[in-house]
Design a protein around this ligand. Structure first.
Ligand code: ADP
Ligand code: MG
Length: 350
């Protein structure tokens, strides 16, 4: 038996962290948001297979930090296990940038407020800087990822099919829409092959963000709801279809218009989705609702210490520890007051 060479270990672990095109966009956007950016441009060439570029106007990376920015397990966000209990940032593992370097060609242009000019850094397979030169961009960071999965031919091939490319572009747009809703102050643009595919300006609140992303027709049928409790501490804020609202305008054949956030993270939580669908469908006893999902936004805020976001590398599923029952109970109560249907009993006839 032989120990694997370090480069092989690196490639294997990086390809588990960076799994897809949308995953790269998510990691880069979350870095921009952690850097307090109020404007993010996502540019793709050939669906991102040739180039994914994420440009922000955030804090930038300090010159002292640039040598380790893409070295695995270097992060500016946490220092200890205790910090994981009070996590406020999207990132914390110090893995994304380094992992992208191992599966693509990466360069970073960055400028902090203190820097006179921006600097462009070219990184190698191990995330080390191999060259640097002055650049002309303003404050913030631009990360360019070229030839994604160039050294994982099977995966590159997999994402190269027209069908898969289009699916990934749709997922990227859905991801941007989710961030647009949870971050109303954020300006966002998605450009594919130099054409603006989707954009959203800065708006004041979640309602305006829903209006900008889903349109007036959908939002007119949504009702804002709110529930706050102390023990255990849970804040639920949401927009749900008004009772009796037109079924076709407030539901969708896929879950892409049901937005669920836990502590500002877009997540896929099956149990919460199931509860939402049960309450929503119960209003339409004569309509087949099996494959319909409500247009809705639910923002769950709980103390950071009660969430484990480290369940999957892409952080789209979280563990609510002992709070999951409490969250479901609180949500159930909120939906009962909205729709008058108790999910563990039979739906009311009227
Ligand atoms: P993590 O986000 O878990 O810290 P990453 O590998 O994604 O790990 O990023 C490593 C570090 O690089 C971050 O901690 C941050 O200091 C810096 N960084 C990456 N992207 C940006 C950005 N867009 N703006 C400012 N700093 C960034
Ligand atoms: Mg990160």
């Amino acid at each position: 038996m032989k120990q694997l060479p370090p480069d092989t270990v690196r490639l294997l672990s990086s390809s588990q962290v960076i799994t897809s095109l949308v995953n790269v966009v998510k990691e880069l956007m979350e870095n921009s948001l952690d850097a307090e950016a109020s404007s993010i441009d996502v540019k793709l060439e050939n669906y991102g297979l040739d180039r994914i570029e994420v440009r922000d106007n955030g804090l930038g990376i300090k010159a002292d930090d640039t040598p380790v920015m893409a070295v695995t397990h270097f992060t500016s966000k946490i220092c200890s296990n205790e910090d994981l209990e009070r996590l406020e940032t999207y990132g914390f593992r110090g893995e994304a940038l380094g992992s992208v370097c191992s599966v693509a060609e990466v360069s970073v242009i960055t400028k902090t407020e203190e820097d006179d000019v921006s600097t462009q850094y070219t990184l190698n397979f191990s995330g080390e800087i191999v060259s640097q030169k002055p650049s002309h961009l303003g404050q913030g960071t631009t990360v360019s990822v070229l030839k994604l999965f160039k050294n994982i031919p099977v995966r590159r091939q997999y994402y190269s099919s027209t069908k898969k490319c289009k699916e990934e572009l749709k997922k990227i747009q859905d991801l941007l829409v989710a961030y647009a809703i949870i971050k109303p102050g954020l300006r966002l643009t998605l450009i594919h092959n130099r054409v603006v595919v989707w954009q959203k300006a800065t708006v004041a609140d979640h309602r305006s963000a829903l209006l900008a992303t889903l349109g007036a027709g959908a939002v007119a049928n949504l009702l804002p709801c709110h529930h706050h409790q102390e023990q255990p501490e849970i804040l639920l804020e949401g927009f749900f279809p008004k009772p009796g609202a037109d079924y076709s305008s407030t539901s969708s054949s896929s879950a892409d218009k049901t937005f669920i956030f836990v502590n500002n993270r877009p997540v896929h939580q099956k149990d919460i989705m199931k509860l939402l669908r049960q309450h929503y469908s119960a209003q339409y006893p004569d309509t087949p609702t099996r494959n319909r999902y409500p247009t809705a936004m639910l923002k769950i805020t709980v103390p950071p210490s009660s969430v484990d976001v480290n369940l999957t590398p892409d952080k789209t599923q979280v563990l609510l520890h002992d709070k999951v029952e409490a969250v479901l109970t609180a949500l159930d109560a909120l939906l009962v007051s909205l729709y008058g249907y108790r999910h563990n009993g039979d739906p009311p006839a009227e």
